[in-house]
Write a protein that binds this ligand. Structure first.
Ligand code: FES
Length: 576
């Protein structure tokens, strides 16, 4: 049944014949609008994460007008609300420190304004989960507009991929194999249009997840930012949001447990960023579903990686993925593993949305019987070094390191590692296990993307390009290598990682999903008894709140007080 205009949430602001109603109406008129613009029309907030220093969202400055056009066409009244931009490259120490701040920003922007529906504009890594987490908690109809990947990079006729090729060529530069001029030309060619990173990094992973849980229009996440189809998608999202308000199609009617399970399957087939685990767990828990690392490990054993996109693949990028049919085509290949009856923002089911999808290039979106990696993208390791779990991306690491035992070389923090990693005197071999600790949610702080520790320069010069690395940090979705990440509990709160000493033997066994510090329990207990906690990372401001409430990686790093089960629903604001 359609919602009646007088039951719109915004009517609480605009309809009453009282002094407050007068104030709201007169101030809308102050901006040049007349009663015919807003009366009886759904107010659609467009939450825009544009900023002058977010290159991934540079086009949002004009795309917002395309969304507004769609809202007007469908009889709604659009209002743009700017939100925290979270540019992955520029925000320090890490955008992950602020994902939950964006989620709070989004939730409270919606709650405190006369908003009936919301279009969320994001794409750069943390913006997708931040916006969606906030919209879940706010509970009004919401549709997600992904920024779209940037075009392929280009240097001397070679295709360049965001992040992945930066790391690769940086190692070549450290080894003295490329010139300063080459390096400058790579800088100018690796990011040559607006849009988010075009490898299967965190941005492409998270926008695909947004689509697979039903929060975007079908196919939206694969459209390159610079393609005019992206403009048309924006206008359509604006139109659709108005209808979602009349249909009262709130996130809770879309974001079922099955919808999140679909996202796990899609993530595995995409060769997803390791960050997918943290953000999906956080989004699912916001929606009231207790998703755990085991859900990912189970799916990873069944779902092959079929998206041949770097860094899991070695050739293609998101632009190629779009031309090959995009996410609907990939999901069509997975339809036996998906819940096809789940609703999406366009009012149709996943099954209806992918019914006509086709793959146009079998090398980019592989058939299930010819995957690029037979098992899933991620594996969850557990053992005395990570009682609550750690993550590895086997599809992006050298196979010889999937089972490995070697001596630890421990760095207590990032500066300590950086100070010596390029030293020719460093006592290290390719068999060593590099350990970086105090880089987790509390210790980092904010769990920075430091998990792909650089290979020591001495080894790079010998031709070593991969080795086992373990940390409580994250790594960029565009990173690769035998990096074991997200160790929980983290070192800073006294996890076993804090007790490792250089020279201790470490064993990892990815097929059997284990990670072990080769010490007996008594020795670990002795070391724990003398462990000295580090001083607080923050004593004031947002950081102090962050330190007090941030949860560990296996719980998605949400603030405890933002989860759905905390203290019951938040009241609508009083209007006096
Ligand atoms: Fe924005 Fe990579 S820097 S997505």
């Amino acid at each position: 049944m359609k919602k009646a205009p007088e039951t719109l949430r915004s009517a609480r602001w605009f309809a009453p014949d009282d002094l407050k109603g007068f104030g709201h109406r007169s101030r809308i008129m102050q901006m040049g609008y007349g009663v015919e613009d807003w009366a009886g029309r759904p107010v659609i907030a467009i939450i825009n994460t544009w900023s002058d220093i977010n290159p991934c969202h540079a086009h949002f400055k004009t795309r917002v007008d395309d969304i507004k056009r769609g809202v007007f066409q469908a009889g709604g009244f659009p209002i743009e609300l700017p939100a925290l931009s979270l540019s992955e490259n520029f925000v320090k120490p890490t955008t992950m420190l602020y994902r939950n701040m964006l989620a709070m920003d989004t939730e409270e922007l919606i709650r405190s304004h006369p908003v009936d529906g919301v279009v969320l504009m994001g794409g750069c890594d943390k913006t997708t989960p931040g916006l969606i987490m906030g919209a879940i908690s706010a509970g009004v109809p919401a549709i997600y507009v992904p920024a779209g990947p940037m075009l392929r990079g280009n240097w001397k006729g070679k295709t360049l991929g965001s992040g992945s090729d930066a790391w690769k060529f940086w190692d070549e530069r450290r080894a003295g194999n490329i010139t300063d001029k080459d390096w400058q030309d790579i800088e100018g060619g690796i990011a040559r249009s607006h849009g988010h990173c075009m490898t299967m990094g965190t941005a492409s992973t998270m926008t695909a997840i947004a689509e697979s849980i039903g929060m975007t229009l079908p196919g939206a996440s694969s459209i390159p930012a610079a393609d005019v189809n992206h403009i048309r998608m924006c206008a359509e999202a604006g139109r659709r949001c108005v209808d979602m308000v009349w249909d009262d199609l709130t996130p809770s009617k879309i974001l079922t447990r099955n919808a999140f399970d679909n996202a796990v399957v899609v993530s595995m087939a995409m060769g997803c960023s390791t960050n997918a685990v943290i953000h999906l767990v956080a989004m699912a828990r916001r929606a009231g579903h207790d998703m755990t690392l085991n859900d990912f490990d189970r799916a990873s054993r069944m779902i092959p990686v079929i998206a041949n996109v770097r860094p899991s693949g070695d050739t293609y990028l998101m632009e190629d993925f779009y031309y090959a049919g995009g996410l609907p085509a990939l999901m069509k290949r997975l339809d036996d593993s998906l819940f096809l009856e789940e609703r999406t923002v366009n009012g149709k089911t996943i099954g209806e949305n992918i019914a006509g999808a086709e793959v146009y290039n079998d090398d980019v979106i592989r058939p299930l019987d010819n995957p690029i990696y037979a098992e899933g993208a991620l594996a969850v390791l557990k053992g005395n070094l990570a009682e609550d779990g750690a993550i590895i991306k086997p599809s992006a690491c050298s196979p010889q390191y999937l089972k490995h035992t070697g001596p630890a070389l421990v760095f207590d923090d990032f500066p300590a590692m950086k100070a010596v990693i390029d030293s020719d005197d460093l006592d290290v071999t390719a068999d060593h296990v590099l350990i970086l600790r105090n880089a987790g949610p509390q210790g980092g702080p904010g769990m920075p993307e430091w998990g792909m520790l650089p290979i020591p320069k001495k080894l790079v010069k010998q031709g070593v390009r991969d080795m086992v690395r373990i940390s409580d940090a994250r790594m960029s979705g565009t990173s690769y290598g035998a990096c074991i990440l997200h160790v929980a509990p983290e070192a800073y709160i006294g996890g076993t990682l804090a007790l490792v000493r250089t020279g201790d033997m470490i064993s990892i066994d990815v097929p059997n999903r284990t990670i072990k510090l080769e010490l007996d329990d008594d020795e670990i207990a002795r070391r724990r008894a003398t462990y000295q906690p580090l001083p607080p990372r923050f004593t004031r401001g947002y950081g102090a709140m962050f330190s007090k409430h941030i949860q560990q990686a296996d719980k998605g790093c949400d603030f405890d007080f933002l989860e759905s089960a905390y203290g019951g629903p938040t009241d609508e604001p009083a209007i006096f």
